[in-house]
Design a protein around this ligand. Structure first.
Ligand code: B12
Ligand code: SF4
Length: 645
């Protein structure tokens, strides 16, 4: 039965809300499909405002992959701002998709993409606005199956009561497989209702259905066991890995936003995965192994994307783009192709050791010579050994010297505060490093307008990393350490103004830590926060630590555990972790020995884990467990076709 558009009810209120254009839809390359002509219908959500959510590659890719099938329809929805929420609640209008303004509750599947855990309260709000019960257990056959994906879904336990299912890893193939299961079940007349559908999804082995697992705790409040309670639910649910990125050249029809968004460029993922082995980096650990897109496919995707969108900037996206085996040829080929046109190229932050000036020159040939960004992450050499990011001070100074002497005036350096074994001194060395960078820049360029911006994020231990056992630094010590650093930077008049200083205070990091390593009991906190008005927790102007702390105290009363237990406590080898039944391929013993190596490095031992792209496999477990292998070039081919722009 057809589902009517809500637009007529929405339109009269659009002029009373901020940025109404974000709710209108109809972007270039968006898709409108006939509701009745398909078998399976997905609503896809990025749980943040349109301006953050629209550029998200994950959602754009899945939207396209699904809509390419004539029997599937996919539409998008984003979090509405509080003024629109008020309109929807007052007028009784449900959460809607921007494509055809259909109610989210009418779809078969509601897929939500979490690149950060701070989107959880926005999910609850969207469910509630959609008229879908926020708890999975309260839903009936009338409601969509709610599925979480994205990096945060590698530990979906804090949202286990709210989602019906979660998917780990690359989504391209599994969303099609899920659609097949739904089509078949609907085709049979939906036997057994949603529980049977969830059973079929769980039995497929690639979808985690939390309700089919019982969780128990011991009398200290520690996790005692996570056991399947259904014979068809596997003991461990595995992640998905897309092999051969060349066969999946998406987005091929990138969406062009109507309103201003955080990114207005066409991005091409030049590879997935990273095996550099930085111990804090969840993205690197969970996306192993490295799979490169070939230079030919990159060339075709850029050509196609620029023509179809009119974007004037092309971003080459990955976790460490300068590591692509043919990055030099890619950069030169694209710079040649777009020479004299309006199209410029950009590369996200570069590893200090992968930087080379020829590459940087290619990237800036047709555009502005904006700042260069490097991420040494640790302020002291000792710290960088602990995190396995082996960049020496000498390397860094040499690299920035090359950049400054080649005409760059600005360098941005990313660091973290609160890393395992860190002391005040490790962080204060960031100031020393920044001063040396400026001094060197002035020396080699002979100019005084050299700048260095230091940007500091709080370290949050993440599941499936060697630091998953680490204690997180408490809010007070984090803030005090950052205060001392700021004072040290400002105290030296010779450099004070040349050094920019950006940092986040410790509070949001602790809540992100709670949500990252939490178990199912944390769900109650999320619900309390949402009921208390919590929305858009990733935005500093909306985030309230007090609200989270108060909700945690209430929700955890009597459990024997508290906010500190989840965050500032170091875990033991024997502890059952909430995500142990979710298989990222990484061998837990390998992770543990890497954690021990980190602690040994803190005391001066020189144990470096090399990159398995260039050295023998060191048995992290992923390739044999997942049946995958590293896919890298060089292919020796060329960037073709060279089209006229
Ligand atoms: C571009 C980018 C941004 C941009 C744009 C965000 C956007 N709208 O997409 C900006 C600058 C805004 C940004 C901000 C932030 N980012 Co960011 N970002 C990235 C980056 C570089 C690329 C993301 C991307 O496009 N990946 C490629 C796509 C294809 O992958 P994907 O989204 O994971 O989707 C695939 C699967 O996960 C899966 N999938 C995804 N969703 C779903 C849903 C369902 C239902 C299913 C079945 C499958 C599925 O299928 C997709 C296709 O295979 C990544 C690093 C990276 N290379 O991944 C960091 C990264 C995602 N960001 C990160 C972080 C921490 C942030 C911030 C929190 C930073 C901050 N402190 O402010 C904010 C959060 C913003 C927000 N509110 O969401 C981290 C995530 C950390 C983590 N969870 O481990 C990453 C991994 C970087 C890192 N190494 O730390 N980011
Ligand atoms: S299994 Fe070996 S080759 Fe594969 S990602 Fe791990 S270390 Fe690298």
């Amino acid at each position: 039965m057809s589902v009517a558009s809500l637009f007529d009810r929405l339109e009269p209120h659009l002029l009373s809300v901020s940025k109404p254009i974000q709710y209108v839809g109809g972007e270039l390359n968006s898709v409108g499909k006939d509701w009745d002509s398909v078998d399976v219908r997905w609503a896809l959500m990025y749980p943040d405002a349109y301006e953050v959510g629209l550029p998200n590659q994950g959602v754009q890719i899945l939207y396209e992959v699904l809509n390419e099938r004539p029997w599937i329809l996919a539409e998008r929805t984003y979090s509405v701002w509080p003024d629109m929420e008020q309109v929807l609640r007052e007028q009784g209008i449900p959460q809607f998709t921007v494509d055809s303004h259909r109610p989210v509750g009418a779809f078969d599947l509601f897929g939500i993409s979490f690149s950060t855990e701070l989107g959880y309260t926005n999910m609850l709000n969207a469910l509630d606005l959609a008229g879908i019960p926020i708890r999975s257990a309260d839903r009936t056959d009338e409601h969509p199956v709610v599925i979480a994906g994205g990096h945060a879904a590698f530990n979906p336990e804090p949202i286990a009561d709210f989602v019906d299912a979660a998917v780990l890893g690359d989504g391209e193939e599994i969303v099609l497989a899920i659609s097949e299961v739904v089509r078949e079940w609907k085709g049979e007349g939906s036997p057994g209702g949603r529980v049977e559908l969830l059973r079929r999804l769980a039995a497929s082995g690639g979808v985690y259905v939390p309700r089919f697992y019982d969780v128990s705790y011991d009398d200290r409040g520690h996790l005692a066991a996570v056991v399947p309670n259904h014979p068809d639910a596997p003991d461990r649910v595995r992640k998905h890995t897309l092999m051969d990125l060349d066969s999946w050249p998406y987005p091929a029809n990138p969406l062009v936003p109507l309103a201003e968004t955080v990114h207005e460029r066409f991005s091409v993922e030049i590879f997935r995965g990273c095996t550099r082995g930085c111990r804090f980096c969840q993205a690197g650990m969970i996306t192993r192994p490295v799979r490169e897109r070939s230079i030919e496919t990159i060339g075709k995707m850029v050509d196609n994307g620029v023509k179809k969108t009119g974007f004037e900037e092309v971003g080459l996206l990955s976790l460490s783009s300068a590591d692509h085996t043919e990055i030099g040829e890619v950069a030169k080929g694209l710079a040649d192709r777009y020479e004299g046109s309006n199209v410029s190229l950009s590369l996200p932050s570069t590893r200090v050791d992968a930087f080379n000036i020829t590459l940087a020159n290619e990237f800036s040939r047709n555009g502005r010579r904006s700042g260069l960004t490097f991420a040494p992450e640790g302020g002291s050499e000792r710290m960088r050994r602990v995190i396995n990011k082996m960049v020496t001070e000498e390397d860094l100074i040499r690299t920035v010297a090359t950049a400054y002497s080649n005409g760059w005036r600005q360098v941005k350096l990313y660091f973290m505060c609160g890393l395992p074994t860190e002391t005040d001194d490790d962080v204060l060395q960031i100031a020393e490093l920044a001063k040396k960078v400026i001094a060197k820049g002035r020396e080699v360029s002979g100019r005084n307008d050299i700048r260095c911006t230091v940007s500091i994020g709080g370290f949050v231990p993440k599941p499936h990393t060697p630091f998953q056992w680490a204690s997180q630094l408490d809010v007070e010590t984090t803030d005090e350490r950052l205060r001392k650093l700021r004072e040290t930077v400002r105290a030296d008049k010779r450099f004070g103004r040349a050094i920019g200083f950006r940092y986040h205070d410790g509070q949001p990091g602790i809540i992100e830590g709670l949500l990252s390593r939490g178990d199912r009991r944390v769900g109650r906190i999320i619900e309390e926060v949402w009921r208390d008005g919590g929305r858009f927790d990733g935005w500093s102007e909306h985030f309230s630590f007090e609200r989270w702390a108060a909700a945690a105290a209430r929700a955890l009363e009597g459990t024997g555990v508290d906010l500190d237990w989840y965050t500032t406590r170091e875990r033991d080898y024997d502890e059952i972790l909430p995500w142990d039944h979710l298989d990222s391929g990484l061998d837990k013993d390998w992770l543990w020995s890497d954690w021990e190596d980190a602690l040994a490095a803190a005391d001066g031992s020189e144990v470096e884990v090399e990159d398995c792209r260039w050295t023998p496999c060191y048995d992290c477990g992923v390739c044999p467990e997942m049946g995958t292998e590293i896919q890298i070039g060089p292919t020796g081919r060329q960037l073709l076709p060279l089209s006229v722009v």
